[in-house]
Design a protein around this ligand. Structure first.
Ligand code: NAD
Ligand code: UDP
Length: 320
């Protein structure tokens, strides 16, 4: 046999595309399962003539029957504008989707990894966030479909582990960026780069003093694969992210400098329940995976700017 049979739900999205590339390079067979809500065919076009890559158009809120050895459960819109577009479907994707993927893992005896999120910490009162912090999440606000959906998915993962002895891995991803992000998904890195490249105003929500810690996609993929391959005593939850924290204003200033843009900063209202600060404590990842990020913000931004610049010049996306 060639390598392992690996299913990636959400395989045509930003993280899924990079994960597919890495797993194919490692000699595995990849089955990409996606309903193309936020993922695109353009993202996976480079793999379509590879006989070790297969796509299934499927919504994971419905059961799926395939035979695989590993499952990365990534399916879920990740940007606030996308996950708030159809909040009921977002919760269903996290909860029913997790039940279906866990059921599949149970039936075929596969190891399964959940892409959870720093949003399980909500607007955190502990800083930086450690895995033993239970979070400060609004259960009824506009972000709740995502935050509570992901929290319930973690519950399901641990109950399947305790009740059915499933081999699980739960990763809590912090803000990650890089090529193949959707140019219009509204996340801060893609927004700022697109605005800067077109010399449009850079939209700082609130006063721009809220913080985030940005991980370049290649570092995240290394961590995800290493977690999947780790000893079965390691279940997580485990924080994966770059612990270097920036204000959103600093991010904007860096993007303007690196693009040489004429854009000016403008202030727009801060979205409801927007977390004020976010920074992962990655001691656990350092200890159990021997992992830490190696690509710092400037280097990652340069690569990401080159990607969006190429997209704009190709005419594949509109420049307004
Ligand atoms: P993305 O929106 O680019 O990708 C999500 C993919 O899931 C898309 O291809 C989409 O079409 C697919 N999808 C959505 N609902 C589906 C459904 N019901 N059935 C099948 N496919 C479905 O987002 P991303 O940044 O690649 O995020 C991937 C995962 O990582 C998500 O679960 C997200 O919550 C998690 N995550 C990402 C970040 C980040 O900064 N990128 C941070 C924390 C957590
Ligand atoms: N943000 C901003 N301008 C934008 C987009 C986002 O100031 O055009 C801010 C947003 O309010 C948040 C941070 O950038 O404080 C990160 O937002 P994003 O949507 O990327 O992810 P989040 O971490 O909030 O899920």
């Amino acid at each position: 046999m060639h390598g392992k049979q690996v299913l990636i739900s959400g395989g045509a999205g930003f993280v899924g595309t990079h994960l597919s590339r890495r797993l194919l390079e490692m000699g595995h067979d990849v089955i990409c399962v996606d309903n193309f809500f936020t993922g695109t065919k353009d993202n996976i076009i480079e793999f379509l003539d590879n006989p070790h890559f297969e796509v299934i158009r499927h919504d994971i809120t419905f059961p799926l029957y395939v035979e695989v050895g590993q499952i990365y459960n990534l399916a879920c819109p990740a940007s606030p504008i996308h996950y708030q577009h159809d909040p009921v479907q977002t919760t269903k994707t996290s909860v029913h989707g997790a039940i279906n993927m866990l059921g599949l893992a149970k039936r075929v005896g596969a190891r399964i990894l959940q892409a959870s999120t720093s949003e399980v910490y909500g607007d955190p009162s502990i800083h930086p966030q450690t895995e033993d912090y239970w979070g400060n999440v609004n259960p009824i606000g506009p972000r709740s479909c995502y935050d509570e959906g992901k929290r319930c998915a973690e519950t399901l993962f641990f109950d399947y582990h305790r009740q059915h002895k499933l081999d699980i891995k739960v990763a809590r991803l912090f803000n990650t960026y890089g090529p193949n992000m959707h140019p219009q998904d509204g996340r801060v890195v893609s927004n700022f780069i697109m605005q800067a490249l077109q010399n449009r105003p850079i939209t700082l929500y609130g006063d721009g003093e809220q913080t985030r810690s940005f991980c370049y996609i290649d570092d995240l993929i290394t961590a995800l694969v290493s977690l999947m391959e780790s000893d079965n005593s390691i279940t997580g939850p485990i924080n994966l992210g770059n612990p270097i924290e920036f204000t959103i204003r600093q991010l904007a200033e860096n993007v303007i400098r690196l693009t040489g843009s004429k854009s000016k900063l403008i202030n727009e209202p801060l979205p409801i329940d927007d977390p004020k600060q976010r920074q992962p404590n990655i001691d656990m990842a350092r200890k159990v995976l021997g992992w830490e990020p190696t690509i710092q913000l400037e280097e990652g931004l340069i690569k990401t700017i080159a990607y969006f610049d190429g997209l704009l010049k190709s005419g594949k996306i509109s420049s307004d």
